[in-house]
Design a protein around this ligand. Structure first.
Ligand code: ATP
Ligand code: MG
Length: 396
């Protein structure tokens, strides 16, 4: 028989949901099953407020790595399920603690923490702590183990449920937030830069399935940007699955704006066209909001006036989850989620080509409207949409 371990998963905010709780729980369980589908031999149970998995010992490391990519998990622990038998629990505790004592010079502060969801259990949590703690101390106090509840360096935890008792000594932090799929679908304007991948990740952690649109100018910038965005989309898709990437050829639109519109308005006009096209895609596929990586005041194009001159294009909600963050914390996030290294590979973005020396920072909507009348943007938009490439990110 293969040796087993049990994983105890605690949810984040789902615990706060009233009548919708079942729906959120189902969503999370579905996402966990999908993320762990590479392994067979997993048993799932979800008694109220918790999810338990039994997994083969050989799958523990991989399982930990995968659970850390699932939004909606507050924390999880790997341990062993057993009968609520104090002798057996203490023996296990001794087995885990003893090697730690051997490898250190000083004493080790420890405590036992019990949580009972089965209130019918004949002992209180305090009593269980005492029963198990004193048995372990009997065996290990000579070797330097001391009880210290407030400053414990080692905590043996016991969860006594109705049908099973779990013993563990570790807690891994999860991503927190809401399970993907519980909020709906959104469309993120994904460039090859540092910011938009982080914005997409943050929306996934609010329960959204994020799809991506990239405006590509291969004529002027080559294949580099395209390859980069494929890899970024794949990285973010690890947190959710089932994302779609839309690649829209943008060179004709940009060429027209460059040749016919006022030079200082270029960046805002590119952006207005991006939003228009993204809005069309969202409408076709039922995505409920657009997401971008703007942060207020970060660059000339991200002033209040310019953001307003762009987002007025669409009646969809436009989310900018990074709007109040500084660059340093965005970079920290990008490193954590593994997109930073890809984002910093040198590759100009389509917004930075034909960049005017003096871009407008306080654009007026009426001025933009007048300027873009100089190009047949409806035709250019429809043509770009007709040539759009649609990629299932799971298959990359
Ligand atoms: P990022 O690091 O995400 O590129 P940025 O700080 O470079 O952001 P801008 O270049 O001003 O900012 O772009 C603002 C936002 O517009 C981006 O975060 C992204 O959502 C969107 N965007 C810019 N260029 C593209 C593009 N080529 N394709 C898709 N979206 C884009
Ligand atoms: Mg950029």
């Amino acid at each position: 028989m293969t040796e087993k371990r049990t994983v105890l998963i605690r949810y984040d905010e789902i615990g706060l949901k009233g009548r919708n709780r079942k729906f959120f729980e189902k969503c999370l369980l579905r996402n966990i099953k999908r993320a762990l589908s590479c392994a067979d031999e997993i048993d799932y149970r979800s008694p109220r407020g918790r999810i338990f998995l039994d997994i083969p010992l050989s799958f523990v490391t991989e399982c930990v790595a995968r659970l850390k990519t699932i939004p909606g998990i507050a924390s999880f622990s790997i341990g062993i399920c057993m009968k609520p038998d104090f002798d057996a629990i203490s023996t296990l505790g001794i087995q885990w603690i003893e090697p730690r004592l051997e490898s250190r010079k000083n004493s080790l502060k420890f405590c036992v923490k019990t949580r009972r969801s089965a209130k019918s259990f004949p002992k209180t949590s305090q009593e269980v702590n005492f029963e198990v703690g004193s048995r372990i101390m009997n065996k290990l106090s000579q070797q330097g183990l001391i009880v210290n509840i407030n400053e414990a360096e080692y905590i043996l935890e016991i969860e006594i449920g109705n049908s099973e008792t779990m013993v563990f000594d570790n807690r891994e932090p999860g991503l927190r937030g809401l399970p993907v799929g519980s909020s709906g679908n959104v469309l993120c304007l994904l460039s090859g830069g540092i910011d938009s991948p982080v914005a997409a990740f943050m929306m996934a952690c609010r329960g959204c399935r994020v799809h991506f649109v990239f405006f590509d100018n291969q004529l002027f910038l080559g294949r580099g940007g395209y390859e980069k965005v494929l890899r970024l989309a794949k990285k973010i898709n690890r947190f959710q699955g089932r994302g779609t990437l839309f690649v829209v050829p943008f060179q004709n639109m940009q060429g027209a704006i460059r040749d016919h519109c006022n030079e200082e308005n270029r960046v805002v006009l590119y952006r207005r066209m991006m939003y228009r096209i993204a809005g069309e895609i969202a409408g076709r596929y039922g995505f409920m909001a657009l997401v971008t990586g703007e942060s207020l005041g970060q660059v000339a194009s991200q002033t209040l006036e310019n953001l307003a001159a762009v987002s007025c294009i669409t009646s969809l909600s436009v989310f900018q989850p990074l709007i109040g963050m500084n660059k340093e914390s965005i970079i920290r996030r990008a490193k954590e989620i593994g997109t930073y290294e890809i984002s910093i590979e040198p590759q100009p973005d389509c917004c930075s080509i034909f960049m005017p020396g003096n871009p407008v920072t306080r654009s007026k909507i009426s001025v933009m409207e007048r300027d873009e009348k100089k190009i047949p943007w409806e035709e250019l938009r429809d043509d770009a949409l007709a040539k759009m490439e649609i990629i299932g990110v799971d298959n990359l």
